[in-house]
Design a protein. Structure first.
Length: 279
């Protein structure tokens, strides 16, 4: 019988990466980076995403199980890196994902874990009710984004209207929320993870807070690094059943290795990751 370890929900994007005078187009979005990571780790994954004639989901992820939602257009992001910072603009964005367009195969066991990772608020509340017995991971960033009339992306100051208690873990960047709001979320769910780039990560569970250092890396392209961190932690902790400290450190290392190449080109294999235990 077929099975899916992880079901990822969020749109695959076309990313235009602008850095140091050069321009590169690639697939992107948390669903893309998490799905590519799952392939590297030998974890069977499925993905729900918009699919268009120009960006076909099955072509983006030929080794994954795909649940395409057909639209005329797909999401296009412009990521511009200047002076160790990033600005983002959405050039094109289709309507939200539709739960009525999702049909899960009857001969397939329910997924063990659902990885919620919108890029721009496209995951509706109905999707949060799927598979109540599954582990549920919230990759928060896409719920925190807003746009102006020109498509420039910024971060909301207020928390999204989500019941965080349904999640086993909420994962965010230090740029998504301030520390007080992260602590507030930690009162509702079992675990909060905060990624901090070259500074590593912080995990909050109840009243306990622990920081984890990472390895040094040469920053070629940091696009998707936070998504690689989030799915690596989820795989190691919930699927591979590793200890939480070990899972956090492997996530730190995977994200650091991933930025040493363009887009998804340097996501490490499972063997490379296991042999990179340097803490």
């Amino acid at each position: 019988m077929k099975f899916i370890d992880i079901l990822t929900i969020g749109n695959i994007t076309e990313d235009i990466i602008l850095k140091e005078g050069s321009s590169l187009s690639s697939f992107g979005g948390p669903s893309f980076y998490s799905s590519k990571s799952c392939i590297k780790y030998g974890v069977r994954s499925g993905v729900i995403s918009v699919s268009s004639n120009k960006l076909k989901l099955e072509d983006c992820l030929p080794d994954n199980i795909t649940f395409p939602q057909k639209r005329k257009e797909h999401t296009i992001f412009e990521n511009r890196y200047i002076n160790n910072g990033r600005t983002q603009r959405v050039i094109n964005f289709p309507e939200s994902l539709d739960i009525s367009d999702f049909v899960y195969p009857q001969n397939c066991d329910p997924p063990k874990l659902i990885f919620y990772c919108p890029v721009l608020n496209e995951v509706t509340d109905e999707f949060l009710k799927l598979f109540p017995g599954a582990i549920k991971v919230c990759n928060l960033q896409g719920w925190m984004r807003k746009t102006d009339r020109q498509g420039n992306i910024s971060i909301k100051k207020e928390l999204p209207d989500i019941d965080f208690s349904i999640f086993d873990v909420v994962i965010m960047s230090e740029h998504d929320l301030d520390h007080d709001n992260a602590l507030m979320i930690s009162k509702s769910c079992k675990l909060v993870c905060i990624t901090k780039g070259e500074k590593g990560s912080t995990l909050i569970s109840g009243s306990k807070l622990k920081n984890y250092k990472t390895i040094r890396a040469s920053n070629v392209d940091e696009t998707g690094a936070g998504d690689v961190w989030a799915i690596t932690f989820s795989v190691f902790y919930y699927i591979f059943k590793k200890q939480i400290d070990e899972s956090a450190m492997f996530a730190n290392i995977a994200a650091s290795i991933s930025i040493e190449g363009i887009a998804d080109s340097n996501i490490p294999s499972l063997d490379k990751l296991l042999n990179s235990k340097k803490w």
